[in-house]
Design a protein around this ligand. Structure first.
Ligand code: BTN
Length: 319
């Protein structure tokens, strides 16, 4: 019922709505409406009650509430089911467990804080409470395990695009998946999969975005959207835009339009054309970043002219 009352208030956001009107529309007593309104207020919703006029919604809490995320969400796959936590070890771990329990594609797991936020190559991902977006999506694409890198590329394009198109920020991508603004990292992506030799059972796409995080709480070389724009950003709005963008690109990927995706990636890349050093486990390859191939691997030409297709690793751009 609270969800319905909230929707009603949202539809009439500019005006006061009388308790009587709400009670008539939702077919519950005015006392019940009043009680639900008190509950909503306790949960952080700012609702003004004016005698003779009724109720008006003035503000929603800065929390990753499923009902706020799903409210008028245009994405149909991403966010189909939503699990939101105040704290978790890692949303990737929770999503992995849910995927094993057959949760559908598009299931979204979020947390206000992670106690064991994980990054690539065994690193940690700083996940302080309030301000950041830490979330994971369950995906079940029909691709081979070697093509999993496509999902990471796709996610980095989507994040960079949302930052550019909606916040006017010149975000770029450093292969394979880091999103940077002014040489500082703003977003990291960690994809993990459960696969057989010839096919993927599921992929967990984990994304961490420093939205309102104080850069002092982040490792050196990181930034946040709030820090760049000098104002607090609505995390739910950002997330909804990103979910829609991810859905758009995921459909492209499913429809085998990977060439289109690669073209966008090339446009946003700061890696291509640069002299780089790539570290993968104990080996280091130095050379020119030439392109990415159809599986998302980075093609590097070393100084002997040999081409290496690198699926994973750490890139350092050499000035
Ligand atoms: C990296 O840049 O090394 C990748 C960082 C990925 C962080 C996200 S936050 C949500 C999800 N849960 C995790 O533990 N990690 C990913």
């Amino acid at each position: 019922m609270e969800k319905k009352i909230l929707e009603f208030l949202k539809e009439n956001k500019e005006n006061f709505i009388s308790g009587e009107e709400i009670s008539r529309n939702l077919k519950v007593s005015r006392t019940a409406i009043w009680k639900h309104i008190q509950n909503l207020k306790e949960n952080g919703y700012e609702i003004i009650a004016q005698p003779h006029y009724g109720y008006r919604l003035n503000g929603v809490p800065d929390r990753l509430l499923p009902e706020e995320i799903s409210y008028r969400l245009k994405a149909k796959i991403m966010g189909k089911r939503i699990f939101s936590y105040v704290t978790t070890t890692s949303t990737n771990d929770v999503a992995y467990m849910l995927a094993e329990q057959s949760m559908p594609e598009g299931t979204l797991v979020l947390s206000e804080k992670q106690t064991n936020g994980r990054g690539r190559m065994g690193r940690t991902w700083a996940s302080p409470a309030k301000g950041g977006l830490y979330f994971s999506l369950i995906l079940r694409p029909r691709i081979t395990p070697t093509e999993a890198g496509k999902i990471t590329l796709m996610a980095s394009i989507c994040t960079a695009k949302v930052l550019r198109d909606n916040y006017g920020i010149e975000a770029v991508i450093k292969w394979p998946n880091d999103v940077y603004v002014n040489q500082d990292k703003i977003c990291g992506i960690l994809t993990e999969m459960n696969a057989e030799q010839d096919g993927i059972n599921f992929i967990i796409l984990g994304i961490g975005v420093n939205v309102n995080t104080d850069p002092l709480k982040l490792p050196k070389g990181s930034t946040s959207l709030k820090h760049i724009l000098n104002k607090k950003i609505n995390r739910i709005e950002f997330l909804k835009k990103l979910l829609c963008e991810l859905e758009l690109y995921y459909i492209k990927l499913k429809n085998l339009k990977f060439e289109e995706i690669i073209t966008d990636w090339r446009d946003l890349s700061v890696t291509l054309g640069r002299r780089i050093k790539v570290k993968w486990r104990s080996s280091i390859i130095e050379g020119q970043a030439m392109d990415i191939d159809s599986s998302g691997a980075l093609i590097v030409r070393d100084d002997f002219g040999f081409l290496h297709h690198i699926l994973s690793g750490d890139v350092r751009i050499i000035k």
